[in-house]
Ligand binder design. Structure first.
Ligand SMILES: Nc1ncnc2c1ncn2[C@@H]1O[C@H](COP(=O)(O)OP(=O)(O)OP(=O)(O)O)[C@@H](O)[C@H]1O
Length: 686
């Protein structure tokens, strides 16, 4: 039985968003102090320390494979800035195409407004030169100020226009994010619901899906944002460089000279961030596991029952101390890098001023132009720092975004091809002929040449020991899997020629592993079909779910999930009644019941088998159960063993033959007889 969501996935997503926020803060320049920079300790060292400190306790939590969102950290740590730059055009191209599909208007607006803002940045810088020229010219101060006024108005106008354009670009960029998110999410979940069911038995597919879901999904909009940030940075840099080139060609290399230390510091600080996350990942992973256990509803009762509070708290705190120690060490390294960056930047700026001084002294550069050059260099430096940061971020996001794209391509390949044969609606008999099936990655076939026949109106039972292949055969009959070899037929129609998605409309399944859908009781029974209250009530009556639902505060409108307000929790058996009602609600000629009574009490079980014996309202029933007494009334029984049919026939004949069915039946019957034969004593003494 499964729940609708997992806490683990929630934590990973949450952490990812935390990292995103942190990255944004750093980009804004506000998150530097709390940034995880430094990454000085080797990952192995941290793991060794953790093991020593835990003296084996870490094994309680256990080593796990790297979480999907960390999949590319190693790659990132090893990549140089040059390597990033080579891949960047492809990434930016993919991002722009994605943005274009999400919203042509917002993409165009973002690009055009950013470019226009760049033009006004350059224009403003050049106009500044006019202001300074007027101010530094000869004559009385009021005259000079008056002369500077037209250029000043141009500077102010350019600044206002630039700000307006940048605000517009920012708005368009912000509008793009939710649209891109929506588009990529819709595509991903459309694919996960359409791929062949066998994909979910394939670990490679699972890994790819988790990587795409946990991080790739969120990185799609980040790639778009960062590609635009790269564009913005480039535009700003070009504007500054263009202005300098117009003022004096020799000023261009000066911009590069001052930009180098800043660029180095920005790139190094970004790399440190990744290394730090990499270093801390095993510790944080364990902390998540513990955090889940300490704050999850499912484990809350056991923590109390086994008085595990102290143990879990100590383990969590030990890991917290590990994390804290790494952060403190990183803070020191962060300071060192910052200071080195500042010193190098200071020296470079000093060198620039020396060159400017020489140019001024030799008369190669007028004073006003030199003043403007200082402003342009400052503006260019800021743009370059943002550009380098965006390049780094875009590369990182791009790796995870590629996971998303790869997963989508893989999922597309796994969507079953649509077959065009006519979909049978009713049948006189359904049969399997020499069906073989092996789960992806499994070494042994789960079905080996199985042939069964189910005639309309019969109750046919599949019995056999655990793992003998009953559920697998039922899933093939339900059109959930296609056999590797052999054929399933509805009368003469071969299912290999039929679109199984449409066939499944004509099959109703009460699965062994049913889901606790976090929906109302009504929707739990109607399951995606238009709810018809009269039919829902009828299905609930047939399964005994009415006794469960009617006393609830909101009746059929009660939400069956305690995690939400006014939600209600049901017991295992109560949930099973709902799952059975779900099967009855679907108006399909074939009803497959896989262990429908495992959690039911004796009375409910009896009532359900009575109902099934009555052919569940005229349907044909395929029944899988270990309650062999209930199989006595089936029309036909197939006994499976290691994926083969080893016995078949009416139950009475099988009992008389004394084979596997007879043996299993006797074992169960004997247990009841023994209990019944026990002398009933006076009961426990008081
Ligand atoms: N998703 C899967 N991937 C790989 N092997 C599987 C998968 N599901 C089932 N199997 C294997 O296929 C075989 C048949 O499993 P199946 O679930 O059909 O048995 P069953 O007869 O229904 O068992 P039970 O009575 O325990 O429900 C088992 O050996 C099982 O381990």
């Amino acid at each position: 039985m499964r729940r609708g969501s997992t806490t683990r996935a929630g934590n990973e997503g949450r952490d990812q968003r935390e990292n995103d926020d942190q990255a944004r803060a750093e980009q804004d320049g506000s998150g530097r102090d709390r940034d995880e920079q430094g990454g000085g300790r080797r990952i192995g060292q941290v793991q060794d320390d953790a093991r020593e400190a835990g003296a084996g306790e870490g094994a309680v939590v256990g080593e796990m494979a790297a979480l999907p969102w960390q999949a590319h950290l190693g790659e990132l740590a090893a990549t140089s800035l040059a390597g990033m730059s080579r891949r960047l055009p492809t990434l930016v191209g993919a991002a722009i195409r994605l943005a274009w599909r999400a919203s042509r208007f917002d993409t165009t607006a973002t690009v055009v407004l950013n470019l226009a803002a760049g033009v006004f940045t350059a224009y403003g810088l050049l106009a500044t030169s006019g202001v300074l020229t007027a101010l530094f010219s000869g004559g009385a101060t009021p005259d000079r100020v008056r002369a500077a006024l037209p250029s000043l108005a141009l500077v102010a106008g350019a600044a206002a226009l630039r700000s307006g354009l940048q605000a517009g670009a920012g708005w368009a960029q912000a509008r793009l994010k939710p649209k891109v998110n929506r588009m990529v999410e819709t595509r991903l979940f459309d694919l996960t619901m359409r791929v062949d069911l066998t994909a979910f038995d394939d670990t490679d597919f699972h890994d790819a899906m988790h990587r795409a879901r946990q991080r790739g999904l969120y990185e799609a909009s980040a790639v778009v944002q960062e590609a635009i940030d790269i564009l913005t940075g480039l535009v700003g840099l070009t504007a500054a460089a263009g202005a300098l080139g117009v003022l004096h060609p020799v000023l261009l290399p000066l911009l590069l000279l001052t930009a180098v230390p800043d660029g180095w510091a920005a790139a190094r600080s970004a790399r440190m961030r990744y290394l730090t996350i990499f270093t801390l990942s095993p510790v944080r992973r364990r902390k998540w596991v513990l955090a889940d256990l300490m704050a999850d509803r499912d484990s809350a009762a056991e923590i109390r029952a086994f008085t595990m509070r102290g143990f879990l708290g100590r383990e969590h705190d030990r890991l917290g101390a590990e994390e804290c120690a790494v952060h403190v060490g990183l803070a020191r390294r962060q300071t060192v890098v910052q200071v080195l960056g500042e010193i190098a930047g200071g020296l470079a700026t000093g060198a620039v001023y020396v060159v400017l001084g020489v140019l001024l002294a030799t008369g190669a550069l007028p004073l006003a132009v030199a003043g403007t050059a200082v402003l342009a260099i400052r503006s260019g430096k800021t743009s370059l720092a943002s550009l380098l940061y965006a390049v780094n971020q875009c590369y990182e996001s791009g790796l995870y975004f590629a996971d998303y794209l790869d997963f989508c391509a893989e999922a597309e390949r796994r969507i079953p091809e649509r077959r065009t044969g006519p979909v049978p609606v009713t049948f006189d008999s359904i049969s399997t002929e020499d069906v073989w099936f092996t789960y992806p990655g499994a070494e042994e076939p789960s079905l080996r040449g199985v042939s069964v026949r189910i005639r309309a109106g019969q109750v046919v039972a599949l019995v056999g020991e655990n793992g003998s292949g009953k559920t697998t055969l039922a899933k093939i009959l339900a059109g959930l899997y296609r056999p590797d070899a052999g054929e399933v037929r509805w009368d003469a129609d071969r299912l290999s020629e039929v679109d199984l998605e449409r066939l499944r409309e004509n099959v109703s399944v009460i699965p062994q592993d049913y889901t606790h859908w976090p929906m109302t009781a009504r929707h739990n029974i109607a399951m995606g079909r238009t709810p018809d209250d009269a039919r829902i009530a009828e299905a609930a009556r047939a399964s005994g779910a009415d006794e469960v639902i009617e006393p609830l505060s909101q009746g059929y409108g009660t939400l069956l999930d305690r995690r939400f307000k006014d939600g209600h929790e049901l017991s295992g058996g109560q949930w099973q009644r709902i799952a059975v009602a779900r099967g009855f609600y679907r108006d399909a000629p074939l009803l497959i019941c896989d262990e429908p009574t495992a959690a039911l009490d004796a009375r409910a079980e009896h009532a359900l088998f009575e109902r099934i014996r009555g052919h569940a309202g005229g349907r044909t029933v395929l029944l899988i159960t270990h309650r062999l007494a209930s199989v006595r009334h089936a029309d036909q029984v197939y006994v499976l063993d290691h994926g083969r049919v080893v016995e078949e026939g009416p139950p009475a004949a099988l009992l008389a033959a004394g084979g596997v069915f007879g043996e299993l039946y006797d074992l169960q019957a004997r247990a009841y007889r023994l209990e019944a034969d026990q002398p009933r004593g006076p009961g426990p003494s008081r």
